[in-house]
Design a binder for this molecule. Structure first.
Ligand SMILES: [Zn+2]
Length: 304
């Protein structure tokens, strides 16, 4: 059993698939230090328009086959503020169900190992939504529908920061929040089902103080844990004052190297085949040097 190391790709652009594949080949596949110790894969993301209908998805499929045919893949879809503003990603609604069908259709054609999404059940403001439990229930129904048509591809849900669009807005009246934020929300949706959990370390760390214990939330999820988004965060979201960001190289942000080192020891011991995606933001996305640094650190922690 080995870990598969993934990096995100906006696969609508052929050049992006090429640069990410080259990076994985250099750092994972052909790295003398780790020969045979890790597998590699691409996690497909993009902009809302890349998944809004079938035509761009066919182009994504074509690029993946042409450039990365045979390489492991995961379908994650689009993220950022667009999951709310584009109006097609809400998994508690029929629009989200249709989007999930398109993601799963792509995953089936590519023989992907996982399809996972954000709840994207957004509302504006910092408040407890009145209909939260109904929306979580609807998300569960739609994800279970997805699982019923996925031909065995696992379907999962990711935790989000609080507020979930905290890197776009500091106004507590207009910032977007989500019915699915903390791991506890994900747990409400997936408990007593075969649905899976994607743990995003940066989303979890945002606005937490002191030592960030990454092990506790994955222990709680037990067998639901299926995939990691590994990245650090910085800044604090403060009403009308400041925003916070995810995207730092793991170890360079609030989580820091000590917590990550302990976390990966636990992961390697207890989840030796877990998929791990390095979700770092690059200064120049055409030249993903920060992702390269992130891969190096994670492989080092996993090998200690
Ligand atoms: Zn993530």
């Amino acid at each position: 059993m080995v870990h598969t190391i993934y990096v995100p790709t906006f696969a609508f652009w052929k050049g992006d698939v090429e640069s990410r594949l080259k990076l994985l080949e250099e750092e994972v596949l052909h790295n003398e230090k780790y020969k045979g110790k890790f597998e590699m894969g691409l996690e497909i993301g993009g902009l809302a328009k890349h998944f809004a209908n079938q035509e761009p998805i066919d182009q994504i499929y074509g690029n993946m086959i042409l450039v990365a045919g045979g390489v492991k893949s995961i379908v994650h879809g689009f993220a950022g503020l667009e999951v709310y503003t584009a109006g097609i990603a809400d998994m508690s609604d029929d629009v989200g169900k249709s989007l999930l069908e398109r993601y799963i259709g792509l995953g089936k054609k590519l023989n992907s190992s996982y399809v996972h999404v954000h709840g994207s059940a957004g509302f504006q403001g910092i408040k407890e939504p009145e209909n939260k439990s109904d929306r979580l229930q609807k998300i569960r129904e739609n994800l279970l529908y997805g699982l019923s048509i996925s031909d065995g591809i696992p379907i999962g849900l990711e935790n989000l920061p609080t507020p979930s669009a905290c890197d776009f807005d500091s106004n507590p009246e207009t910032v977007w929040s989500d019915c699915v934020q903390q791991p506890a929300d994900v747990q409400t949706v997936i408990q007593k089902t075969p649905l899976k959990f994607t743990f995003d370390t940066a989303h979890y760390s945002i606005n937490r103080n002191g030592y960030i214990d990454l092990i506790a939330p994955v222990k709680k999820m037990k067998d639901h844990l299926h995939h990691l988004h590994v990245v650090d965060s910085c800044g604090y979201w403060k009403a009308n004052v400041s925003k916070c960001y995810d995207g730092s190289i793991p170890g360079d942000g609030r989580i820091g190297p000590d917590s990550f080192e302990k976390f990966f020891k636990h992961i390697h011991e207890h989840h030796p085949d877990l998929g791990i995606c390095i979700e770092v933001r690059n200064i120049d996305e055409k030249n993903p040097e920060q992702t390269r640094q992130g891969i190096r650190r994670v492989l080092n922690w996993l090998s200690q």
